[in-house]
Design a protein around this ligand. Structure first.
Ligand SMILES: Nc1ncnc2c1ncn2[C@@H]1O[C@H](COP(=O)(O)OP(=O)(O)O)[C@@H](O)[C@H]1O
Ligand SMILES: [Mg+2]
Length: 364
């Protein structure tokens, strides 16, 4: 099972600029969490702080019980081995083919023989749907494949914590959906603790067990997905519906005059920019049939039951509803031992098996 990651009152500054302050949250072991927030709110800085690439000015960060803000270099080096990270730009080496890119961490950090390396690399390429593309250079493949190759590379050292920074950036909605499914399937297979930094609303609504949001140098909230998805907080509602109307502006936060002007425009019948206002909670994506069940689901159910009384009424109702329907979602998939297809970028791209299963579709 993945390890727990927690931050306690952390504050990050660059010179006199405070990026965020007093951020406390816990990424529960083996669960998938997402951190949302407008561009420039310090999501990438937060992710880099979690692996000790940046050191916060205040507070502590516990990784499996070790405070990485005070531990020795040697301890930090060991702790880093628990992580697999997919940075925002994918960061593949342009002159190496996918095989060598994915093999790189193994050649750098382990004493494995080339035949052992081959076994691991092919397994991860298989998991990310890249078999057949191993001899391609990053420049010869699509953005979606590059993301998956970055993910394959993040997985080769068998990480217990996986951090992914905007995995959807540069991807179309269909490729993003495939990638969302892939993240859930990876969680089902290796039970790692996952944090996804994103501003993709569909991904945020369907993938994570827990969601948080950074805004105005603070963590607005962090908790079970139902809390944020039912929140009445104006900034949260604006963000998850992609609206112009609300506290988030084009470059900075807005002042009251601008908010009043925009409200007047909408009252006068102007469009507020969002395609739809989603008021219900969309069920979470489940692991592809044939994959192991996500172990996090049961653990989370117990965990959330315990904290339920501390949550807002709307979130409690939504959680109760999902608990009541848990059995319906737990139906037998039938015999699927087929490998999922994550949307190879060739003409033979098929729908993933989940979408061919009518029961699956109607249940969840
Ligand atoms: N190494 C750095 N030195 C100084 N400022 C930085 C550094 N890294 C990021 N920043 C600043 O921190 C802020 C948050 O950046 P970032 O984490 O990239 O935002 P996000 O990922 O949410 O879009 C930005 O204003 C950025 O300029
Ligand atoms: Mg970023």
């Amino acid at each position: 099972m993945g390890v727990e990651v927690s931050t306690h009152h952390v504050t990050k500054r660059f010179g006199s600029q405070t990026i965020w302050q007093d951020v406390s949250l816990t990424l529960p072991s083996g669960e998938v969490s997402a951190l949302l927030g407008p561009s420039g709110t310090g999501k990438s800085v937060f992710l880099k702080s979690l692996i000790g690439l940046l050191r916060p000015e205040e507070g502590s960060i516990l990784i499996d019980g070790t405070d990485i803000t005070t531990c020795s270099h040697k301890e930090l080096y060991e702790i880093r081995k628990l992580f697999g990270v997919l940075f925002q730009d994918g960061a593949l080496f342009g002159s190496m083919d996918l095989y060598d890119n994915v093999a790189f961490p193994l050649r750098e950090h382990t004493k494995k023989s080339e035949s052992e390396i081959r076994k691991v690399v092919m397994e991860k390429l298989d998991l990310t749907g890249l078999i057949g593309a191993e001899n391609k250079l990053p420049g010869e493949i699509s953005g979606g494949m590059r993301k998956r190759a970055g993910l394959a590379r993040a997985l080769v050292l068998d990480p217990q914590i996986i951090l992914v920074d905007e995995p959807d950036s540069g991807l179309d909605p269909v490729r993003t959906a495939y990638l969302s499914q892939l993240l859930i399937d990876i969680n089902a297979q290796i039970d790692a603790t996952i944090l996804i930094v994103t501003h993709n609303i569909s991904l945020a609504r369907t993938v994570p067990d827990n969601i948080g949001m950074l805004f105005r140098r603070s963590l607005v909230m962090f908790g079970p997905r139902e809390v944020l998805l039912t929140s009445d907080e104006p900034v949260v509602k604006q963000f998850i519906n992609g609206r112009r109307l609300g506290p988030i502006g084009m470059s900075e936060e807005k002042d009251e005059t601008q908010m009043a002007q925009e409200q007047a425009m909408v009252d006068a019948g102007h469009h507020d920019g969002s395609a739809e206002e989603v008021t219900t909670i969309i069920p979470q994506i489940r692991a592809t049939p044939g994959m192991p069940e996500r172990q996090a689901v049961g653990r989370r159910r117990e965990r959330v039951r315990e904290i339920m009384h501390t949550l807002p009424p709307e979130a409690q109702a939504a959680i109760q509803d999902s608990l009541d329907h848990a059995d319906e979602y737990n139906h037998d998939y039938g015999d699927y031992d087929e490998k999922p297809d994550y949307g190879g970028d060739d003409a033979q791209t098929q729908a993933i098996p989940a979408y061919r299963d009518e029961n699956y579709q109607s249940a969840g």
